[in-house]
Each structure stands twice: as structure tokens, then as C-alpha cells.
Write a protein that binds this ligand. Sequence first.
Ligand code: PDD
Length: 281
Amino acid sequence: RFAYVNGQFVRHGEAAVHIEDRGYQLADGVYEVWAVFDGKLVDAEGHFARLWRSLDELRIAHPMSEAALTLVLREAVRRNKVREGLVYLQVTRGVARRDHAFPNPAVPPSVVITAKSIDRAATNAKAEKGGSVISVPENRWGRCDIKSIGLLPNALAKQAARERGAVEAWFVDDMGLVTEGASSNAWIVDAEGTLRTRDTNANILRGVTRSTLLEVIREAGLPISEKPFTIAEAQAAKEAFITGAGSLVTPIVQVDGVKLGDGQAGPVAMKLRRAYIARAR
Ligand code: PDD
């Protein structure tokens, strides 16, 4: 395997950044993850748009143009012989002597890219069975719209989920409403049959998969409401699912130990998964 580090491809096992990289010391950086289908980046533009916005919000310089970055991402896919998989990009404010405030003068941002293959047949089979989620109290900062590499609450939430055999943890705010998952957006098909996912005025990441799926849903003429829901509503829902570059559209069959309906992956979620994948290919 090969990784891209600041201008060159190096062997994955030997890829490294400096110990005083601000990503390493301060989580002062952002990231993006693209799904790869048939060797192609999925929803490329949406992820680029969010990357530039995340960088601008943190006042980190753009390390290269979109055209140049596209070439490097494709090269990462090609060199790692990825047909089905994921590409990871990380940009940090760069390497400087440790100081919380920005380096002055500014230093060049650090760029790292990795690409890995995934077994699409195995993840499809898993999706067909559905997974469970647990809820955890929302304890993240107020700028979850920025795709920051500061992921400690997300990592702790995901670990709690894994220890309980769940695929995802849903953060619940102090109003009792689900914000999103540790690495995905949260959806239900409510008791009335309306698709529901939280609006992006809330403190959540604007998922690119979420946006594309909203288009798929509107084109299909399905009832949709960008309105948050509680854990009790999710437990009483017909279906639930999560979306993200990693999970695509993955049915959820159990919420905090309560089975949804008959405990099988929901038909709407599975239909949307197939529609999303068909569009990505
Ligand atoms: N996670 N919410 C959070 C907190 C996320 O980390 C992610 C993505 C999403 C879904 O966004 P998108 O549809 O643009 O992938 C929502 C990536 C996949 C990750 O951390 O690996």
C-alpha cells in the first residue's frame, strides 16, 4: 500500500508526519472520506465543497486546487488498486513549535491521503441484516458542522457501541433529540411512514450522503421531513437507518435494546440503499 504525504507517495508502512504537526498535538485539522465505487470517487463535488468550507472556517490555507487534489486522490486509488473502498484525506495547519495560537508566519498545511479496499459483498450482506444503535449524551463542541479531526467524543461513543454489539452510537441532545451518529447521520421512517432526519441548522455535520439521499427521496416522491426525533420515536418507528461515506445507507433494527417492528432491515431503507448505490456507480 501507498500513502500520499505532503507532495509524494511513500510506502504506507513508512509514511509519517512530524511530531510537532498541529494535527497530532492539537487536532488542528480537518478531514474528508470518499466512498470508491468501481474505482471512482462518489459524490466528489459535495466532499470537496465541504472540505473547502471546513478549511475556511478554521482559517487553514487550501493546500492545492480542486483539480490538483482530484488528480492526487485518483492516483491514491490507482496506486492502491482500489475498486471498492474508501479514500481518506487529512489537512492540518502544519508543523510548528507547540503553541495553541496559529503559527506566525503561517506554515504550509500538511496533507495526508490513504486509500483502502473494502469487501463490498460482505458489507452488503451485513446491511441486509441490519445493525443496532445505542444512545449516548451529546458531549461534543458547538461546531460539529466542521469536519474536524478532533474526534474524541465520537471515538468514545463508537467504542461504547462496539462493546454493546452495536454498529453506531447516536448522540442525544439535552432536549432528548437525536443529533447524529458518531460517524453517520441518523434517520427514521416514523410511525406515519414519513422519512425523518435532523435539519442541518442543528449542531451536526452536513452529510454528503445525507444530501444526495434527500435528492433520491425527493425524486422518488417519498414523504420527507427534516425534523429531529427522540429515542422513543425511533423505537416506535417503522424503520431506522444511518448514512455516511462508510455506511452508505445501513438499516438499523434495534435502538437501545428495543427492536423496531419485526427486527428485520426495513424495506424503505433497503430500497434507498440500492438506489444510492445505483446512482453512485
Ligand atoms: N464520517 N456525521 C458524522 C459525525 C460523520 O463523521 C460523518 C462521516 C457523517 C456522514 O457524512 P458523509 O455522508 O458526508 O460521509 C455524519 C466519515 C465517513 C468518517 O468519519 O469516517
